[in-house]
Design a binder for this molecule. Structure first.
Ligand SMILES: [Zn+2]
Length: 124
């Protein structure tokens, strides 16, 4: 999540040190997380810099969109923001893209999540 968000904020590349600090994990865990994304083709390694691929950018947007739509739904239903965010992180993988679009429509196409962060649009 942090990794995806960094790229969507416009960072051109991230390294294990940065991720370790942002995610509050040890450097080896951050390194491992980056390796996983490399394997999936989300990131590419160019001269030791981890750069996001086009496919990765698409995946990043989809994940953030899903997270923010679900937390918006929970928050609007009366769940505290912290809990809504935490719960969304746990359950978001269970939703299909189709369900997310239906929920989005039901919510009236929100532009921002309850944190005030933009909900990215994803082209099919
Ligand atoms: Zn959240």
């Amino acid at each position: 999540m942090e990794i995806y968000e960094s790229y969507l904020k416009g960072m051109s590349y991230v390294g294990p040190q940065y991720i370790a600090e942002r995610m509050n994990v040890k450097r080896p865990s951050a390194y491992e997380a980056l390796q996983k994304l490399l394997k999936k083709g989300i990131l590419k390694n160019e001269h030791g810099k981890y750069i996001i691929t086009e496919e990765g950018m698409h995946v990043a947007k989809r994940i953030l969109r899903t997270h923010r739509i679900i937390e918006t739904m929970l928050y609007r239903a009366g769940v505290e923001l912290d809990k809504a965010c935490e719960c969304a992180s746990r359950i978001q993988n269970e939703f299909t893209e189709d369900m997310i679009e239906k929920i989005c429509e039901y919510l009236g196409y929100p532009k921002y999540c309850p944190h005030g962060k933009p909900i990215p649009e994803v082209k099919k």
